[in-house]
Design a protein around this ligand. Structure first.
Ligand code: AQP
Length: 331
């Protein structure tokens, strides 16, 4: 089973990214044949950015992934812009197999377009096509993602199907997997919204590299409702989010969390969540510092990963090109 997933080089990865995506990557790395993980710098440039900062953030993200347990001997870890097939296939899929109307329906485009103060780029509109190309270029069977990526994954499947029915069987139509618990970690200050790099407040977001004191402060000031019982309820998104976070980091069910804290009040529970998350992130933070200091090693890991990724993507994209009637015929 071939596994592929991408993560943006925003550097400050948050607890939602960690629980929804990174911990799945680590868990699945031995199940992939191979498992391929890509730091998607070409996606990151679809909104305003600083070129020098992009490189730094890319190293930050790579170091976080390695510190979390990705092992370049057991998976392929590479930088998206090092493999030209991603951009080439984007155009091939956009031109022949992607409906403009489908891109227009994408929630993420609408949300991010509103947030842009200057340019709403065509690249932001094409973001889901680039994502489809990332996945299809490797004939991926399974994509581990958080719940916010569901719509993009459904579109990637649609694009693969359209291409296959027009040009003949070429791409694997990918399945996706979203964790049962922790698929959508919510903003601690606005628990009706997902925890997000671009739209959450600093106080509502736990970063993987936050100091223990900052983590404690953010959980203690997390927005909860006027009740006091530690139970899940649609009307209580704040406490429900904290129950979910605690369940994931302790590896227990949400029912078990409710029983454990049946006699506790919110204050005591928030402290317990903070302590559990501090303990959960501590090993990653410790390894990160050492890994991040060695940029030459990070570059070497990414370069070796790119060579392996190219070797897989090149023949798949060449075959698609041939089926489309582009270039010299493949004999
Ligand atoms: N709140 C979340 N809960 C669970 N999973 C999440 N993911 C993102 N937010 C949550 C998952 O993290 C993976 C990598 O995401 P990304 O860094 O490439 O960016 P994103 O999906 O656009 O989410 P961000 O990081 O919060 O950025 P913005 O602010 O740009 O939306 C994905 O698998 C995602 O599902």
């Amino acid at each position: 089973m071939r596994i592929f997933s991408g993560i943006q080089p925003t550097g400050r990865k948050h607890l939602g990214n960690y629980i929804g995506a990174i911990s799945q990557y680590v868990r699945l790395q031995d199940e992939g044949d191979p498992a391929i993980y890509c730091v998607v710098d070409l996606h990151a440039i679809t909104v305003n950015y600083d070129p020098a900062e992009l490189r730094d953030r890319l190293y930050d993200t790579t170091a976080i992934l390695l510190a979390s347990g990705l092992d370049p001997e057991r998976c392929i870890l590479f930088r998206q812009s090092d493999v030209a097939e991603h951009t080439e296939l984007t155009w091939m899929l956009a031109a022949t197999s992607t409906a403009h109307g489908d891109l227009n329906r994408m929630h993420q485009f609408k949300d991010k377009a509103i947030a842009q103060r200057e340019l709403v780029s065509a690249g932001l509109f094409f973001y889901p096509v680039l994502m489809a190309a990332d996945i299809l270029a490797y004939n991926t069977d399974l994509v581990p993602v958080g719940d916010d990526q569901r719509q993009h994954l459904e579109l990637a499947r649609e694009i693969a199907n359209k291409f296959n029915s027009r040009f003949g069987e070429t791409f694997v139509v990918p399945e996706f997997t979203i964790p049962d618990v922790g698929a959508r970690i919510m903003d601690l200050q606005a628990p009706e919204n997902k925890m997000s790099t671009t739209s959450s407040s600093e106080a509502g977001t736990i970063y993987v590299l936050d100091e223990p004191k900052a983590i404690e402060k953010k959980f203690k000031s997390a927005v909860t409702d006027s009740g006091s019982d530690v139970v899940r309820d649609k009307e209580k998104p704040g406490i429900s989010n904290l129950i979910e976070i605690y369940a994931v980091v302790r590896g227990v069910t949400m029912e078990a969390v409710e029983s454990e804290f049946a006699d506790s009040r919110y204050g005591e529970f928030k402290q317990a969540v903070a302590d559990a998350v501090i303990e959960y992130l501590a090993p990653v933070q410790e390894k990160y510092t050492e890994l991040r200091a060695d940029e030459a090693n990070l570059e070497a890991v990414l370069a070796a990963g790119a060579a392996k990724a190219s070797a897989i993507a090149q023949p798949i994209v060449a075959r698609a090109r041939d089926k489309m009637g582009l270039g010299r015929p493949v004999v």
